[in-house]
Design a protein around this ligand. Structure first.
Ligand SMILES: Nc1ncnc2c1ncn2[C@@H]1O[C@H](COP(=O)(O)OP(=O)(O)OP(=O)(O)O)[C@@H](O)[C@H]1O
Length: 247
């Protein structure tokens, strides 16, 4: 799957959250998405999942079977866990017995008859994971899946992710807590300065790649008329500079 020159903002006149995003997400790879709070990781994952459409550029080659677990599973629904997952399985043309298998594996089988609003954060997270996994998606997207999980499930997750990838799926995950550590062979993307770049294997998040090769940088503050801001910003980016818009 590819993203070409993708740009996104939530509102027509709102600030750009992501711009000039060009990258490929390959089958069979685990891709970790890093970046500081508010950088745009969740927004990127929603674009990858197809829940948001880019305002600019194109997303092509998205696999048909997509599983997406949001950062917070929406519990404000009047169903039991079993009824909810039965519905999700039917939507995805899977038999009910996948529910038993996933609830055992993720350790919430004893909660199948509890209503969603009554679940703890961690248990709700597990139900969110189960609905994303039960149809064996070819593109699996997990937004901070480790938040609130108990240690047993947290330890199980890297294996689960590696299994999907071994099956040929692309797995894209934002991970604040470094739980993906056991998966050594993974790609890493850094969301920063309203765009996304691939991190070198040795590079740490937050360190500009070229600076680590000993180049020197200067920071300029440039003031332009508002009507020209976008053109100037685009011109600077096109010339290869890193640009951050302040207002
Ligand atoms: N639905 C929305 N409408 C308008 N702006 C939004 C919406 N969702 C996110 N944003 C804005 O987009 C920017 C990026 O947010 P996003 O949630 O993608 O970042 P993040 O890197 O996932 O952050 P965190 O690590 O805190 O979850 C933020 O400035 C946020 O306020």
């Amino acid at each position: 799957m590819r993203l070409d020159d993708v740009g996104f903002r939530y509102h027509r006149r709102g600030p750009w959250i992501l711009r000039d995003v060009t990258l490929e997400l390959a089958p069979g790879r685990v891709v970790e998405v890093t970046g500081v709070n508010g950088a745009g990781k969740s927004t990127f994952l929603r674009l990858v999942a197809g829940l948001r459409r880019p305002r600019r550029g194109r997303v092509t080659g998205r696999p048909r079977r997509v599983g997406y677990a949001p950062e917070r599973f929406p519990v404000a629904q009047p169903f039991t866990v079993r009824a909810y997952l039965t519905h999700m399985a039917a939507l995805r043309k899977r038999r009910d017995d996948v529910i038993g298998a996933w609830s055992e594996r993720l350790g919430f089988a004893h909660l199948l008859d509890v209503r969603l609003p009554e679940l703890s954060k961690g248990s709700a997270q597990k139900v969110g994971l189960a609905q994303a996994l039960l149809h064996e998606p070819d593109l699996l997207i997990l937004d901070e899946p480790f938040a609130g999980l108990d240690a047993r499930t947290r330890d199980e997750l890297p294996a689960l992710v590696a299994e999907r990838a071994a099956d040929g799926a692309t797995v894209v995950i934002s991970d604040h807590q470094g739980v993906l550590g056991p998966i050594r062979d993974r790609d890493r993307l850094l969301v920063a300065d309203r765009t996304i770049r691939v991190l070198d294997a040795a590079e740490k998040a937050g360190e500009p790649g070229r600076a680590s090769r000993g180049e020197r940088y200067a920071r300029l503050e440039v003031t332009v008329e508002e009507a020209q801001a976008e053109t100037v910003e685009e011109g600077l980016r096109a010339a290869g500079h890193r640009v951050r818009r302040l207002s």
